[in-house]
Design a protein. Structure first.
Length: 375
């Protein structure tokens, strides 16, 4: 039996590893990855596509996906309770007023300077514009930014996917909306489901589909159906990309090229029919390589496009399901050395926090049970 501590360590380190492995491949198509790299399965790979604002992106470094998730762990450790929408101000305090070691910059810096514009919206909407946090995500670019830090929410709500879904939706509503918010809830639920003892990937995805709404449900269901007919020994990346594009509507606009500036578009806009790309694709690879979870991570990052977020998502899921020992221990050691973060220590501390919160939860449930017996 894999214990909760091992699952928490697995999810945190797995997410960071997937993020770091996928980072140099971000914004590249699968065919471009094959052309330039063949196949990436190790850390330290240099990025071929220039990133002027982040000159050291790639090279085995984690990105803002991991750094934001670690901030959520810190907030839980300080609050020692579940999060609600108004806890977004704790996150704003950490990303704006505190300095964080950012491996890609190789220095301590306010994390907000590393965030993508849609994540800076957290600061703009909630703090500068002083909007009600419960609707502050409205108007943002719809993307996977909120989903990427909701893994710890799933771990706090271990074995309670419904609770994880609701908590992630509540917290992330200060940042995202529409299918970007929905992805945050479903991802947290998926992580919570993955912690259930002896659960199968089929059951994890079944829970994700059951809780998902609208385009997110349709995209996951469609890709799940497709993977059932795929041969994992074949290269399925382009086929998966074609299927998911029916729900994302994003093709050449993924890179936001200059030539589309000012043109009419519905990409990254709210819709009940759309889904983000990262979560359905991650679940597709986890399902396709259910007999070899680590291979799911490697194949997933080589899918390309938002490869670091896809890698982080896969790593968080398989780590929560199988524990830390699903990953090669030498690459985890290298991950920590390259980035200057002791993820093992962070994970162990977070496990203690989760244990404290869950003890409170049990007391609340027991009190409710006693009261209902009297009714």
């Amino acid at each position: 039996m894999i214990g909760l501590e091992e699952k928490i360590l697995g999810s945190i380190l797995g997410s960071a590893l997937g993020d770091a492995l996928g980072s140099p491949l971000e914004k590249l198509s699968h065919d471009q990855i094959v052309q330039h790299y063949g196949k990436v399965d190790k850390l330290g790979v240099k990025k071929i596509r220039e990133t002027p604002t982040i000159p050291k992106k790639g090279n085995g470094y984690i990105t803002d996906d991991t750094l934001m998730a670690l901030k959520i762990c810190e907030i839980y450790s300080e609050k020692k309770d579940h999060l609600d929408t108004y806890d977004i101000f704790k996150l704003i305090d950490k990303i704006y007023y505190e300095k964080t070691w950012i491996p890609e910059f190789q220095k301590n810096f306010p994390l907000i300077e590393r965030l993508f514009y849609s994540e800076k919206y957290i600061f703009l909407s909630n703090y500068l514009a002083n909007r009600d946090p419960r609707s502050a995500g409205v108007g943002n670019m719809v993307n996977c930014g909120a989903m990427m830090y909701c893994g710890p929410i799933g771990l706090v709500n271990a074995c309670d996917p419904c609770g994880a879904y609701k908590e992630a939706i509540s917290f992330a509503s200060a940042h995202q909306w529409s299918y970007g918010l929905e992805a945050a809830g479903v991802f947290a639920a998926t992580i919570a489901a993955a912690t259930i003892p002896d659960i199968t990937i089929d059951k994890i995805i079944e829970i994700a589909i059951e809780l998902a709404e609208d385009g997110t449900k349709l995209a996951i269901s469609s890709l799940l159906k497709a993977t059932r007919t795929m041969n994992p020994m074949e290269d399925n990346a382009n086929r998966l990309c074609q299927i998911v594009s029916n729900y994302t509507g994003i093709n050449n606009e993924f890179l936001r090229p200059r030539e589309i500036l000012g043109g009419p578009s519905e990409s990254y806009t709210p819709s009940r029919k759309k889904s983000i790309e990262e979560l359905p694709i991650a679940l597709s690879y986890v399902n396709l390589y259910k007999n070899d979870p680590y291979e799911a991570l490697i194949e997933g990052i080589n899918y390309g496009r938002d490869s670091d977020s896809i890698g982080a998502t896969i790593g968080a899921i398989i780590g929560a399901q199988h524990g830390i020992h699903i990953f090669p221990q030498d690459i985890l050691k290298e991950l920590q050395e390259i980035n200057g973060y002791d993820f093992i220590k962070i994970g162990k501390k977070f496990y203690k926090t989760v244990s404290e919160i869950q003890k409170k939860d049990l007391k609340i449930v027991e009190n409710i049970r006693k009261l209902r017996i009297k009714l």
